[in-house]
Design a protein around this ligand. Structure first.
Ligand code: 2P0
Length: 364
């Protein structure tokens, strides 16, 4: 079992200045094979694979200084406004990583965070926000203790830490695509952190489009954390974890050879399985809305009639991710305008694509 526990990381052992700023930009990701169901300390019941997005990201900056013993050692600002309501989540995260980064409790932290996507667009931001925080915490270690490590070791640790903030966040750390969870077909895969899936990824997927149709901006009725929990008693759970594992085995060679049609079939099957699990949980819940279903049926009809490889996937919510290769973006653009925009709240569609992963914001 991998452990990053390090009791020596306390400020009295530091070699560098104890005041400064670190900042990271971290994108969101969309799972193609879904993670739904966990155990232990944020460990997945099945392996998942995701695409890293480009335009949906969180920017986080942490200003740090030694604790002055005032009560308010942690401050959080979202889009310029102080938000004490976010603090319990961050305290909980810091508590989970206290043995890895004991120095965090000796610091005053002022965290400034903002998202590239509009506020309350119904887009899950936990992957990008926890990813950005995890990267900042890892940079803090580097800044304060002068730690030297390879970029790969840094990202592996950041992914491990991000997982403890939010499971899916551990996949946001890598360019293009990531696998999280031990799977016999993926060398180096692990339940404790995500790994990059880049070398074997066909070029067509490196520029793949992922447009997010904002079907509804309302807050979800059931959180993902509760959704995961309900898998503990879902009567289909065992079969589902096997299905996810089988789908990953099927998907890997498809991602390698670049077969967009075969890819799309698995992506859609996974999305519908995820929502079927929600409907068969006890208590059950439904996150799709009538417009989600209308959009799905229009996408399938368009695909059939136009013979174009346009597919969908869903996150834990009503919004649709429209997946297609870059080369057909003009044709899909017309389709979105004519048939999908009217199904979106405020006509909103966020045009995104597979991206290059997180980036450290260097001081100007
Ligand atoms: C995923 N989702 O693979 C799946 C599919 C949503 C749909 O993981 O409790 O925010 O923080 O580990 O990662 C969303 O759940 O849950 C999620 P926690 P998370 O992306």
């Amino acid at each position: 079992m991998l452990s990053y526990n390090n009791p020596s990381l306390v400020l009295s052992n530091s070699t560098e200045p104890l005041t400064g700023t670190v900042s990271w930009k971290c994108p969101s990701n969309i799972a193609i094979v879904k993670y739904w169901g966990k155990h232990g300390m944020q460990l997945p019941k099945n392996a998942s694979v995701s695409f890293t997005l480009e335009k949906a990201f969180t920017n986080t900056e942490i200003k740090y200084s030694p604790k002055d013993n005032s009560e308010n050692s942690l401050r959080f600002y979202f889009e310029g406004e102080e938000k004490p309501s976010f603090l319990p989540k961050i305290h909980h995260f810091i508590d989970r990583i206290k043995n890895t980064f004991p120095f965090l409790r000796e610091l005053d932290l002022e965290i400034h965070s903002s998202n590239s996507f509009p506020h309350s667009a119904g887009i899950a931001s936990s992957a990008s926000s926890m990813g950005a925080l995890a990267l900042c915490f890892c940079s803090l270690e580097k800044e304060i203790f002068g730690k030297e490590e390879t970029p790969d070791a840094f990202l592996k640790k950041a992914s491990y830490i991000a997982r403890l903030g939010s499971g899916s966040a551990c996949r946001s750390i890598f360019p293009y695509a990531s696998v999280w969870g031990k799977h016999e077909d993926v060398e180096g895969s692990d339940d404790y952190f995500g790994i990059a899936f880049e070398e074997n990824l066909h070029e067509v997927f490196k520029s793949f489009r992922d447009d997010i149709l904002i079907i509804s901006k309302s807050e979800k009725e059931v959180s993902s954390t509760l959704g995961h929990q309900l898998m503990d008693t879902n009567i289909f759970a065992k079969r589902r974890f096997q299905q996810a594992s089988d789908n990953l085995s099927l998907l890997l060679p498809i991602l390698e050879k670049g077969d967009v049609e075969e890819f799309g079939e698995i992506a859609e099957a996974e999305a519908l399985s995820l929502h079927a699990l929600m409907m068969t949980s006890n208590p059950s819940f439904i996150l799709m809305t009538p417009n989600t279903l209308k959009a799905i049926s229009r996408i399938r009809r368009f695909r059939k009639e136009q013979k174009l490889p346009v597919y969908f996937t869903l996150d834990a919510g009503p919004n649709i991710h429209l997946l297609y290769p870059e080369e057909i973006q003009d044709r899909v653009g017309e389709f979105k305008k004519e048939q999908l925009r009217s199904l979106c709240e405020g006509g909103q569609i966020l045009d995104d694509r597979v991206g290059l992963g997180p980036k450290k914001n260097e001081e100007k």
